[in-house]
Write a protein that binds this ligand. Sequence first.
Ligand code: DX5
Ligand code: ZN
Length: 226
Amino acid sequence: MGQGKGLNAPKLAPSILSADFARLGDAVSAAEAGGADWIHVDVMDGHFVPNLTFGPKMVADLRRATRLPLDVHLMIEQPDAWVTKYVEAGATYVTAHVEAAADPGATLAAIRAAGARAGITLNPETEVARIVPYLEAADLVLVMSVHPGFGGQAFIASALDKVRALRSLLDDRGSTAELEVDGGIKPENARALAAAGASVLVAGSAVYLDPDGVSAALAKFRRAVA
Ligand code: DX5
Ligand code: ZN
């Protein structure tokens, strides 16, 4: 249960997208040492988004580098062709975009059948109504608060309304799914997101590019939502 004003402190999921890709083992160790709850892993295919990152081997290698849950965000076309590979690589959560999946319900079912927790996400311009049919089949709902593809963008304020709407839709259904937000999240806007009902906050640049270091950055987030 929450403390003080009844705010449940959300989990913190540093996104390694803003870390040094030549030192990702150190990056996940630093997050773990700093008290991160999950590691957020951004997979991009250069088609669904105009950027490229990495594939299942990176998830398998990260799986051996940390004990934290791996939260794999697939920004790829045809996610149904790939989700099983990411589950087999050791993803804890695999999240697909509703805009990319031909049959989002089937994609979520395939993730669960392969043995991971299933997430659905939507772009800033996509209406919440698009994902409502899949809420019962989801273990995680991710609200994008930037246009996916790059770290370091500004938070899109309308995401707060989506978080509030999804909190109420999930509660109405008795769903215990995680409600995650990704993009432009800093200690300065973390509290409002927690108050709106977010249970997981992703932060890339605010964690890995903080000049005070990863542990200090995570402490700033914890103070902001305490
Ligand atoms: C963007 C990614 C995010 C990214 C967030 O496409 O999905 O996870 O790392 O970066 P920041 O926190 O810098 O906005
Ligand atoms: Zn992401």
